[in-house]
Design a protein around this ligand. Structure first.
Ligand code: HEC
Length: 267
């Protein structure tokens, strides 16, 4: 009976007020789970919201501080942090980036407006950010501004300190791959695997690229156009272009294609 009631409550209260849990893991093992919103010591931060190109003040806590509290200092010796989101999105971000730039986990807007964005990059889709959203103090950082919405995962429900090689062995380029393929792999990790898996490894927000097999269905120049401006190919698509403000984006597209050609040919 209590369970039925709990279910009823979950389905009848608007999502913005549901208390949620944020999980902290080490190599897949749950270490801590904290209730969100976490009011104690919460503060606000103003960022240039990359999905909307405007300044927004959010309420949350600095990422490094939350990690130290949840996992102790050990995570700082780790390799990558994997963010897993309710909509199937995943971001794997090197620990080093959290040492170079300041990130925050946020769970509300300061002005009390709904905790959501209108995603310009995805056909103006309105999306909830709940339960948590990873943001960066990007206003004065050229590198972060050029990266746009990259490494800003929303709907984050779990944070895991991982070794990329152990967690995603199938994404590695074939042994002995040339420099271009290796570089393309790094770009793929940054710009594609958030949404797409290859053979089951990676994000679950878009179709698996092993099944889509673009190298068979599209010519290289069609694929290039798709990656640089998908909406010119299919106006309603939810796939965003590669970081629109990145000066080297055309080169990134070519390198990603080199990587895909090589990794999708792997048996
Ligand atoms: C935010 C999520 C997201 C990201 C990031 C993303 N995609 Fe997609 N992609 C999609 C979705 C959704 C589709 C499904 C097709 C549609 O919406 O029209 C798709 C479709 C595709 C297709 C199929 C195209 C076709 O003609 O059928 C390819 C190939 C592809 N993506 C490759 C990539 C590559 C390579 C990257 C990185 C540069 C990337 N995607 C980044 C969401 C994403």
């Amino acid at each position: 009976m209590i369970r039925v009631l709990a279910l009823l409550i979950v389905f009848t209260i608007p999502s913005a007020v549901i208390a949620a849990q944020l999980e902290f893991k080490m190599k897949g093992n749950l270490r801590q789970s904290i209730a969100i919103p976490s009011e104690k010591n919460s503060r606000s931060v103003i960022i240039l919201e990359p999905h909307m190109d405007q300044l927004v003040a959010y309420v949350g806590k600095p990422f490094n501080e939350m990690m130290d509290n949840a996992l102790g200092q050990d995570w700082r010796k780790g390799e990558e942090i994997l963010f897993t989101c309710l909509d199937g999105y995943q971001s794997s971000i090197p620990v080093k980036k959290f040492q170079r730039f300041k990130a925050w986990i946020v769970w509300n807007r300061k002005d009390g407006k709904p905790f959501e964005i209108t995603n310009k990059l995805q056909n103006n889709e309105k999306v909830s950010l709940h339960p948590t959203y990873l943001v960066w103090e990007n206003q004065k950082e050229k590198e972060l501004l050029e990266g746009g919405a990259n490494d800003f995962p929303y709907q984050v429900a779990s944070i895991d300190v991982i070794s990329f090689k152990d967690r995603f062995p199938k994404l590695a380029p074939p042994a002995g791959s040339n420099q271009k393929v290796q570089e393309g792999f790094l770009h793929f990790r940054k710009y594609c695997m958030n949404c797409h898996a290859i053979d089951g490894e990676g994000g679950q927000k878009a179709p698996d690229l092993k099944l889509l097999n673009p190298m068979v269905r599209l010519t290289k120049s069609e694929l290039r156009q798709w990656l640089l401006s998908p909406q010119t190919v299919r106006p309603q698509t939810l796939m965003p272009p590669i970081a629109p403000k990145l000066p080297s984006r055309e080169k990134v597209a070519d390198l990603v294609i080199e990587y895909l050609e090589s990794v999708l040919a792997k048996k």
